[in-house]
Ligand binder design. Structure first.
Ligand SMILES: [Zn+2]
Length: 114
């Protein structure tokens, strides 16, 4: 992917890296330090959680970081639940206001006890 405003994308990447605590949103493994992005094969990359091809918007609110190889493997498939949770979590942390909407109103998690 490419942004015209590369500096902006870089800032988003760095904020996401901190918000995600360097964890890949796809596989859960640590990502390379941001200072080595240019050198590392499996560096962090921005992923559009909702694929652009599927109508996902461009820019923050629809972005998480994942390994380049994970991102390549993801291609344009629909996001997994984990990725949606990551997106909601980082947007809450960063105050970006994600675009994830569910049909109906959000439902709280409930715990079933015996
Ligand atoms: Zn990964």
């Amino acid at each position: 992917m490419s942004y015209h405003k590369d500096g902006e994308a870089r800032r988003w990447s760095e904020r996401l890296y901190v918000a995600q605590e360097a964890i890949c949103a796809c596989c859960g493994q640590r990502m390379a330090p941001t200072s080595r992005w240019g050198e590392v094969k499996n560096r962090p990359t921005l992923d559009h959680v909702k694929a652009r091809a599927a109508g996902g918007k461009k820019g923050k609110g629809n972005l998480i970081l994942m390994h380049r190889l994970c991102n390549t493997a993801k291609d344009s498939r629909p996001p997994t639940g984990c990725e949606l949770i990551w997106l909601q979590a980082v947007n809450a942390l960063l105050g970006w206001g994600g675009e994830i909407t569910t049909s109906g109103s959000p439902t709280a998690f409930s715990v079933h006890t015996a």
